[in-house]
Ligand binder design. Structure first.
Ligand code: NG1
Ligand code: ZN
Length: 545
């Protein structure tokens, strides 16, 4: 009863805006910030319930990532730092759309019973974070109100953080580790240092040319400036750090990847220099280098190529270990990479040719992450630059043992170094979620290790020309796909028509799927020339009309 009146009173302060329908998509709720207060308040309640249910700390992040500065959004991180379990999404939807406080209360009562959520044990604890959007401050207040409308629930405000930082904090806390921002920085800096110290002498220092980072005028820039003060072994400059320009406006990973031109703040003086772009909440990373005399055109080094670089490095370390294992006690580490249908076909071919196991999943980090967790080392990336590397605890335990064993025999062997490198990667890379900052430092460490320039890296393979289009449709749910979204099963006949069109183009590949975040059907096509890819995409787009 005390709980019920508390909820009714506080919910009444956050009325649902008229005429909108919210849906917990691939990245939580997103909308114009002005209509999000009730949603964020309700997600506060949801997070508190999730914390009680899981008896662990839960994260609540307020961000709209690469979207416009006037948008905002909210999503939940589960105890391991991963996205909230999909099983709770329908409940999230119904909470967000409850018409008034009474209906809200009723939904909660029913759900608490159905999920058998037991009050009275450990109270809820929710970590809150937000990006640099001005609307974040008042939305954070709404989240706090939502959390405190559940009796005994507490929130811990982590302030302005990157999305991956908040996920990392949740994960680390639930593992019993120290998890403040400084701990995150310390771990990143020390594991980067470790990788640099393990670079074979001959190759060291081949890659000390400056790196320029476009921080999308977002939170990533703020954090990079902090890291810059204590990191050694990397010469970098941060641009678009958010002091002047507008968040995600002509800057950032999404812009650079889609437009394939330099972001604002870059000019002719930067031609040929190794550059990186983060998105607004620093969970996406792409690299690029400006081409000479080309009207700001760039050579894009996307998520697929970051994945390829990581895979190559890890495979090299594993093969050093496996050499030794032939004699010694062995552990056949299962390495796999996970992509979506948007991965450039040339990247998939390249990965397979180097002997890697490649798995395709539907679009959305939750699918990729889940698949990657099936491997001892699972690397996943979306072409847009969101991805990370997951290590199984079995493998890490084995690796720890190996390091102790090899270290104690005093053999400063190659195997020891390879083991230490893999351990350092597991600490540097954010295993909760894709993280542009940790990804960036891993890329930099590997480039130094290999002694590679960005051009050398980019030459691993040549991207096939591709084209993405979106088609506004009355009902995007009419398009149903199978096989990791590579085939349309409904409406009938469309797939056959796509096949006929695709067959006309050398190296042609094409698929359509309903977007999970926008009211559109997306068309993706690739072929041996840009013209062919454009043609294929537009002729397939016509099929969906
Ligand atoms: P949808 O709208 O479902 O295509 C987009 C991106 C995803 C992912 C999500 C979440 C493309 C083609 N799709 O999903 O990769 O980033 O947004 O933000 O880039
Ligand atoms: Zn993002």
């Amino acid at each position: 009863p005390q709980q019920q009146s508390l909820l009714l009173d506080s919910a009444a302060q956050f009325p649902l805006p008229q005429g909108v329908k919210f849906s917990y998509g691939t990245s939580g709720f997103r909308a114009d910030a002005s209509i999000l207060e009730s949603t964020v308040y309700r997600v506060g309640i949801l997070a508190a319930l999730r914390s009680i249910k899981t008896q662990a700390v839960i994260g609540l992040m307020i961000t709209a990532s690469h979207n416009h500065v006037s948008d905002n959004g909210v999503k939940i991180a589960d105890p391991g730092g991963e996205m909230m379990s999909q099983e709770w999404e329908p409940f999230a939807d119904s909470l967000a759309n409850a018409s008034d406080s009474k209906q809200l209360l009723q939904l909660i009562v029913e759900f608490v019973e159905k999920e058998n959520i037991q009050f009275g044990g450990r109270g809820a604890e929710v970590f809150l974070g937000r990006d640099t959007r001005p609307s974040g401050e008042s939305l954070l207040e709404a989240a706090k109100q939502g959390i405190s409308s559940i009796v005994g629930a507490v929130s811990v405000d982590m302030g302005v953080v990157t999305t991956p930082q908040l996920h990392w904090m949740v994960r680390a806390t639930n593992k019993g580790a120290k998890a403040f921002e400084q701990d995150y920085f310390d771990q990143l800096i020390s594991s980067f240092r470790c990788l640099v110290d393990l670079i074979p002498q001959g190759d060291r220092g081949n890659n000390q040319e400056k790196l320029i980072v476009d921080a999308s005028n977002g939170v990533g820039g703020v954090k990079l400036e902090v890291i810059k003060k204590s990191i050694h072994g990397l010469n970098f400059e941060v641009r678009n750090a958010g002091k002047e320009g507008v968040l995600n406006d002509g800057v950032g990973a999404d812009f650079v990847q889609k437009e394939k031109v330099t972001p604002h703040g870059f000019g002719p003086a930067d031609v040929g220099i190794r550059c990186a772009s983060l998105d607004g909440d620093a969970d996406r990373l792409v690299y690029f280098t400006a081409l000479p005399n080309s009207n700001s055109k760039i050579e894009l080094v996307d998520g697929d190529k970051i994945l390829s670089l990581f895979a190559l490095f890890i495979k090299e370390q594993l093969s050093i270990l496996e050499e030794a294992n032939k004699v010694n006690n062995s552990y056949q580490a299962h390495l796999g990479v996970v992509q979506t249908a948007y991965a450039n076909g040339a990247s998939t071919d390249y990965l397979k040719q180097t002997g890697l196991e490649v798995v395709l999943t539907p679009t959305g980090v939750k699918y990729l992450h889940e698949k990657a967790a099936d491997f001892d080392i699972g690397i996943y990336f979306e072409a847009n630059g969101h991805g990370t590397i997951l290590f199984s605890s079995n493998f890490l335990t084995w690796l720890d043992g190996r390091v102790n064993e090899l270290g104690s025999t005093g053999k400063g062997s190659e195997q020891l170094k390879a083991s230490l490198r893999l351990l350092a990667v597991s600490k540097l890379i954010n295993q909760a979620v894709g993280d542009a900052l940790s990804g960036l430092f891993l890329v930099e460490a590997i480039l130094q290790h290999m002694g590679w320039s960005i051009h050398k890296w980019n030459e691993l393979y040549n991207d096939l020309p591709s084209r993405q289009l979106k088609v506004k449709v009355v009902d995007r749910t009419a398009v149903v796909t199978a096989n990791a979204e590579t085939e349309v099963v409904s409406p009938p006949g469309i797939q056959e028509a796509i096949n006929v069109l695709t067959a006309k183009y050398p190296r042609g590949r094409c698929f359509i799927r309903p977007s999970g975040t926008e009211d559109v059907v997306r068309v993706y096509a690739e072929a041996s020339t840009q013209e062919a890819a454009d043609d294929l995409a537009s002729s397939v787009a016509k099929l969906t009309d």
